[in-house]
Design a protein around this ligand. Structure first.
Ligand code: ASN
Ligand code: ZN
Ligand code: CA
Length: 344
């Protein structure tokens, strides 16, 4: 039978009704997008991978979702296709963000799509990118602390791990691990802003749609004031590299927020943000688009697997010089934002 690309839509859990590019296969449609490298979304059937490091004896399935009329799901979690719509949409927006903002063709930069598995395990409170399958995995959450982890910022965060691994390959421990995590929070957030989805507008919180009351806080992390979660660092210190990478990322996240938005209180899409600097300095923001350009160039041209925070300062200063000139407002803002978080 012939396969052809078709335009449909779906009712997502977090983003309302979203457009989907799908594949017509005989009498039905597959949740597979030939315009974005063949990216598809499948059902993991609540199974898990059984792996020793990278060697997997069994892998949870990814049975591609199908639909009869190309209007997907109900928007309710009772329909297994609902979170599949979110996952596919998250992949689409992430693909489009890297293509349109950075000229990057897919996660690996080679035009090849990835795939998503939703309904992984039972009550699974996480989502992750796996370089080995070149795929994304999403849990449904336990419903108490977290719901399904298919929000745009989480999707963008996880897939950006794939971009990092194909570029700077920042080692996932110590300060380089914090920078790896910050890279994912930065691009995850820029993906959320890029989508401009009325039901899930951009902010500098990570996972605000995913958290449930049992977690006891409004988001997994906050980039404007990372210490809000009780564990992340706002400011660099000699001991920073001893923290878990999801907490040492705070310094990079704080830098990114300050560089884009500046210090001081600011309401963005109805969410109050506040970002005190570590040295009481004032930072003038240069906007999210320039943050993205500078960080992407730093990541893909200057950072290496062992880059630490001092090295990230140098990498972003070099990137800003390439993009905007030596001594430019942008390059000065990069220096000011790093100094404001205790780096350099
Ligand atoms: N959600 C976690 C993260 O992206 C899982 C992982 O891969 N460490 O950091
Ligand atoms: Zn991560
Ligand atoms: Ca967010």
């Amino acid at each position: 039978e012939t396969l052809e690309s078709a335009s449909g839509d779906g009712k997502s859990l977090y983003g309302g009704t979203v457009p989907l590019e799908t594949t017509k296969s005989g009498a039905s449609y597959q949740l597979k997008d030939a315009t974005r490298g063949g990216t598809y979304t499948g059902d993991a059937a609540n199974k898990t991978d059984k792996c020793l490091l990278t060697i997997c004896l069994t892998r949870a399935p990814a049975t591609v979702f199908t639909d009869a009329d190309n209007h997907w799901a109900t928007g309710e979690t009772a329909d297994r296709a609902t979170v599949a719509v979110d996952a596919q949409y998250g992949t689409d927006v992430t693909w489009d963000y890297f293509k349109n903002a950075h000229g990057r063709n897919g996660i690996a930069g080679d035009g090849k799509g990835s795939y998503n598995r939703v309904h992984y395990g039972k009550d699974y409170n996480n989502a992750f990118w796996d370089d080995n399958c070149f795929c994304m995995t999403y849990g449904d959450g336990d419903g108490k602390q977290l719901g399904p982890l298919v929000s745009l910022d989480v999707a963008g965060h996880e897939m950006s791990h794939g971009v990092t691994s194909k570029t700077a390959a920042l080692t996932y421990s110590g300060e380089s691990g914090g920078l790896n995590e910050a890279t994912s929070d930065i691009f995850g957030t820029l993906v959320e802003f890029y989508a401009d989805n009325a039901e899930d507008p951009g902010d500098w919180l990570i996972g605000e749609n995913v958290v449930r009351s049992g977690l006891g806080r409004e988001a997994l992390r906050r980039m404007d004031k990372p210490s809000t979660d009780g564990k992340s660092a706002d400011c660099w210190s000699k001991e920073l590299g001893d923290l878990d990478v999801h907490y040492s990322s705070g310094v990079g996240n704080h830098f990114a927020y300050l560089l884009a938005e500046g210090s001081g209180a600011k309401t963005i899409n109805g969410v109050a943000h506040t970002s005190p600097t570590c040295d009481d300095s004032t930072v003038q923001g240069i906007g999210r688009a320039k943050l993205g350009k500078i960080w992407y160039r730093a990541l893909t041209v200057y950072m290496t697997s062992s880059t630490d925070y001092a090295g990230a300062r140098t990498a972003t200063l070099n990137a800003a010089k390439d993009l905007y000139g030596s001594g430019s407002t942008e390059q000065k803002a990069v220096a000011a934002a790093w100094s404001a978080v205790g780096v350099g």
